[in-house]
Design a protein around this ligand. Structure first.
Ligand code: XMP
Length: 305
């Protein structure tokens, strides 16, 4: 704990020194990494920092309301309702990397507008150690706000948690007094539900992924997974009432991991899986079946795209 307190004091001093009297922006995603980076930076420089939360329409259930609530102490917080703009950009896009690219560009456009508006010279990011390794290895384009520095001519980028692993970030979150909903939260990918939707991203598929992921998170809490969620795979035949329907196939995934680089599919009780199945098909009339993914990483990845 002493080490954590020391880390916090040093990180704040480093942020203050880097930013000085200038203005900064940070993308707040609701995840623990950006929440910790934003809180450290806000405690360091106050309203010189503008935290920006973009609702892409691909967020977890209730996320936007939680953000407004949890970070209400940040007077400079901006919540941007950009759902329609993101779905429009994603119209017809099916390639996974293209999706990431389109979403990344969308973020950049939204941020650029705010960064210019508040005259920000610095960009604060919640990049953690495994993100840097994966980006260097080019396993996939980690968008975060990766391309923003090319668009806005920042004087510098500040990454206060760049050397930490996820479990260390959580420790800092607890020490900062962030609510459990943030500190103990499962990692959520930058492109949001888009990487849990195979093929084109539509508002309908996003709604199914969001509702089903909520059920999975609730039902699997006691298994303490590193990540547990639902993905929308495609369509298949089912029977609802007296009718055959062509509905969505939802995959349930629950994995154990330390840093996301490798992962093991969790063994879940049949009765729990059945409860999840029954809730997801019951609560979403356009879901025809639910499957459980037993694949480790490798050979699979954690997300679907
Ligand atoms: P994969 O699917 O590659 O995921 O096994 C490893 C970890 O990274 C998260 N993830 C992402 N995070 N942008 C992110 O910020 C992305 O494009 C992205 N893709 C995957 C995933 O949720 C898991 O924690």
């Amino acid at each position: 704990m002493v080490e954590t307190e020391e880390f916090i004091a040093e990180a704040k001093a480093e942020i203050r020194e880097a930013i000085g009297d200038a203005n900064a922006v940070i993308a707040l995603s609701g995840g623990v990494d950006s929440s910790v980076a934003a809180t450290l930076a806000y405690e360091a420089v106050g309203d010189q920092l503008t935290p920006v939360y973009v609702d892409t329409g691909l967020m977890r259930k209730g996320e936007t309301a939680e953000i407004r609530d949890t970070f209400s102490f940040m007077e400079s917080l901006r919540v941007i309702e950009a759902q329609d703009r993101f779905f429009e950009r994603l119209d017809g896009v099916t390639d996974p990397e293209e999706k990431r690219h389109v979403i990344g560009e969308g973020f950049i456009d939204e941020f650029e507008t705010v960064a210019r508006d508040v005259d920000a010279d610095y960009l604060v990011q919640g990049t953690i150690y495994p993100d840097r390794i994966e980006s260097e290895g080019n396993i996939k384009s980690h968008h975060n706000v990766g391309g923003l520095p090319e668009v806005v001519d920042f004087e510098g980028i500040v990454e206060p948690v760049r050397d930490l692993y996820k479990d260390e970030v959580r420790e800092v979150a607890r020490a900062l007094g962030l609510e459990e909903i943030i500190s103990e939260r499962m990692p959520f990918p930058g492109p949001g539900l888009a990487v849990r939707i195979v093929g084109e991203v539509t508002p309908e598929k996003a709604a199914v992924a969001r509702e089903a992921t909520h059920v999975v998170e609730e039902e699997l809490e006691e298994y303490d997974p590193w990540q547990a969620f639902a993905a929308v795979l495609g369509k298949a035949t089912g029977v609802k009432g007296d009718n055959r329907v062509h509905g969505w196939v939802v995959a349930v995934r629950s994995v154990e991991s330390r840093d996301g680089m490798t992962a093991r599919a969790q063994e879940i009780d049949w009765s729990t899986l059945q409860r999840i199945q029954s809730r997801i098909t019951g609560e979403n009339e356009n879901v025809a079946r639910v499957v459980y993914d037993v694949t480790h990483k490798p050979p699979a990845t954690i997300e679907y795209e």
